[in-house]
Design a protein around this ligand. Structure first.
Ligand code: NAD
Ligand code: LMR
Length: 345
């Protein structure tokens, strides 16, 4: 039955896609860590996205089930589930990571362990550094031109790790690697919206720096019409910087943000796909940058057909923001160096 069902599904899929697919480009997204707390809802949102033609779900566990489940949703994209082992869905030749990655335009990586209360993101380094290293080695071999979006923490170190791995393989393109900091922007938008009584959907806060504690710097001075007392500004800034801790504490040992991160990761991915298709999109991202002394820095970035097209100038910071910026820089540079050293050594 399985083989018959799979043959039937495979036979149907091209017909469905040829009816509904309008984009000339066949956009493939691979989610690595697709069975996890972020990976599953992120894969769901990608499956629903009109920008995605092929969705590839890879993990060390569970992806045949995740992919089979998603494949029943009547959206235009095909769905593939792959494991490193020979268990596979749909049936067919299986080469795990290779098959998951080949032909990908965007690879999103939420693979790795999440925090528990009392931990910093840096405490995840020992486990997640080698997970990211292995997966990005796969990207270097099987889809060297894909845009790689890193979610796995600590982002301030895992992005430099990814860059060094790609350099080792001679395929590093700084336009095609970014750390996803969209959740910081989502939080800042929500908190300002709530504070001002605005619909958060109408707010777009610039958040710069990195993605850990004080390396996250929301620039609320740039939000037109937003008004804060000094105490309110301090509270909303610190809440944005430590929004992740708020969720970790509330989940009480069951992990960190997954649903809001899946939404943020989907927003980032869909924007990149639109840009690769030719739309000009500006969004904050943690990329290799010469805006500051830090080799990688999150700031508003223009994405286009080739990935990162332009890192926009930072502009003036307010005196309040400048204080945070000065505090952040040594911390950010240290975390970046830790990632670089991990691969170089
Ligand atoms: P999770 O434990 O629920 O899921 C992680 C998944 O990764 C699991 O399914 C696991 O099997 C998989 N995995 C582990 N090793 C792998 C490998 N070698 N190859 C493929 N898959 C592998 O964790 P989660 O809550 O989804 O969080 C994942 C990561 O995302 C954590 O590091 C977390 O800190 C980070 N995160 C980042 C942000 C951000 O804003 N950038 C936000 C939230 C969480
Ligand atoms: C977040 O900001 O929610 C993530 O980086 C997860 C975490 O550990 O806080």
């Amino acid at each position: 039955f399985n083989s018959l069902a799979t043959k039937t599904i495979s036979a149907l899929r091209p017909a469905v896609r040829s009816i509904h697919s309008t984009a000339s480009q066949n956009a493939k997204v691979a989610v690595l860590g697709a069975a996890g707390g972020i990976g599953q809802p992120l894969s769901l949102l990608c499956k629903l996205s009109p920008e995605v033609d092929e969705l590839s779900c890879y993990d060390i566990v569970g992806t045949p089930g995740v992919a089979a489940d998603l494949s029943h949703i009547p959206s235009k994209s095909s769905t593939l589930g792959r494991l490193p082992s020979p268990v596979k869905w749909p049936m067919g030749p299986n080469d795990g990571l290779k098959e998951a990655l080949e032909g990908s335009d965007v690879v999103v990586i939420p693979a790795g362990v999440p925090r528990k209360p009392g931990m910093t993101r840096d405490d995840l380094f020992n486990t997640n550094a080698s997970i990211v290293q292995t997966l990005v080695e796969g990207c270097a071999k099987f889809c060297p031109d894909a845009m790689i979006a890193i979610i796995s923490n600590p982002v301030n170190s895992t992005v430099p790790i990814a860059a060094e791995v790609l350099k080792k393989h001679g395929v590093y393109n700084p336009k095609k690697l970014a750390g996803v900091t969209t959740l910081d922007v989502c939080r800042a938008n929500t908190f300002v919206g709530n504070h001002m009584g605005w619909d958060p959907k109408d707010v777009d806060v610039t958040v710069i720096g990195g993605h850990a504690g004080i390396t996250i710097l929301p620039l609320f001075s740039r939000v037109d019409g937003a008004k804060f007392t000094d105490d309110e500004l301090e509270a909303i800034t610190v809440r944005t910087q430590f929004g992740g801790d708020e969720v970790v504490a509330a989940k009480a040992g069951a992990g960190s943000a997954t649903l809001s991160m899946a939404y943020a990761g989907y927003l980032f991915t869909e924007n990149v796909l639109k840009a690769l298709r030719g739309e000009e999109i500006t969004q904050c991202a943690f990329v290799e940058s010469n805006l500051t002394e830090a080799q990688y820095f999150a700031s508003p970035v223009k994405f286009g057909k080739n990935g990162v097209e332009e890192i926009l100038p930072l502009g003036e910071l307010s005196a309040y923001e400048k204080q945070w910026f000065d505090k952040m820089m040594p911390e950010l540079k240290k975390q970046i160096q830790k990632g670089v050293d991990f691969v170089k050594k």
